[in-house]
Design a protein around this ligand. Sequence first.
Ligand SMILES: NC(=O)c1ccc[n+]([C@@H]2O[C@H](COP(=O)([O-])OP(=O)(O)OC[C@H]3O[C@@H](n4cnc5c(N)ncnc54)[C@H](OP(=O)(O)O)[C@@H]3O)[C@@H](O)[C@H]2O)c1
Length: 232
Amino acid sequence: MQKVALVTGSYRGLGLETVAQLAGLDFHAIISGRRSEVGRVAADSLAKKGLNVTYLDLDVTSDSSVAKARDYIEGQFGKLDVLVNNAGIHYDLGNPSTSPNWKVVQEAIDINFLGAWRVAVSLLGLLEKSEAGRIVNVSSGAGSLNDVTPGTPAYSTSKAAMNMLTIQLAAALKSSSIKVNAVCPGWVRTEMGGPQAPRSVEEGAKGIVWAATLDSDGPSGGFFRDGNAIAW
Ligand SMILES: NC(=O)c1ccc[n+]([C@@H]2O[C@H](COP(=O)([O-])OP(=O)(O)OC[C@H]3O[C@@H](n4cnc5c(N)ncnc54)[C@H](OP(=O)(O)O)[C@@H]3O)[C@@H](O)[C@H]2O)c1
């Protein structure tokens, strides 16, 4: 039975490359996002390369959008093997923690943290129908409490919260076959990372795909970069 993967916020950047790599490993990989036209173009371009890819509308901040996406996946595939919580926003350099832009803070929390939580909870029933469900939270070293470079308060706080969510979900699902891990892709050349970043999307997505395809004896509840554990 073909494996199915959903990547949130994936019509560009690390998400799109993660979809391409998973489809290259024989997954049916679902590009998702909040702009249908852009998403369909992205899906078509991968499908033209022979990859098994479709597009699905999914705004991670919307309960109804997430519920619709779950119903679609249930109807089409009856299960989900991999969820990559990739949608992310606001690397807020220059946003002072002492007088923050609250809109930026709210959106970072809503999308980077609550969005990942909402999607994971909604899709849990489908992940439980997989023999080996995997949740990958695309986090960041900027959310590490051990390796702090102050300066991106909304983003770092949202990713630190995502890291705690990873630990909470992994513990709650310990007796199931579902593994939950957080992955930092490194500093990557994307719209968020900028052109000066040292890593390509191919390099960044590799560690995400590693966590999405862990064997049954692989870790759960960890924080990784390039397949190596890093400090929370
Ligand atoms: N690039 C880096 O150096 C780096 C480093 C560490 C971690 N990360 C993480 O990697 C992930 C991917 O980032 P990226 O670098 O590829 O950035 P990106 O190119 O800006 O991609 C972010 C994606 O998230 C989507 N998104 C935003 N809000 C959404 C929502 N409410 N619902 C669904 N999708 C939404 C965006 O779509 P819209 O066009 O709709 O906004 C976009 O497709 C993020 O979680 C980021 O924090 C990146």
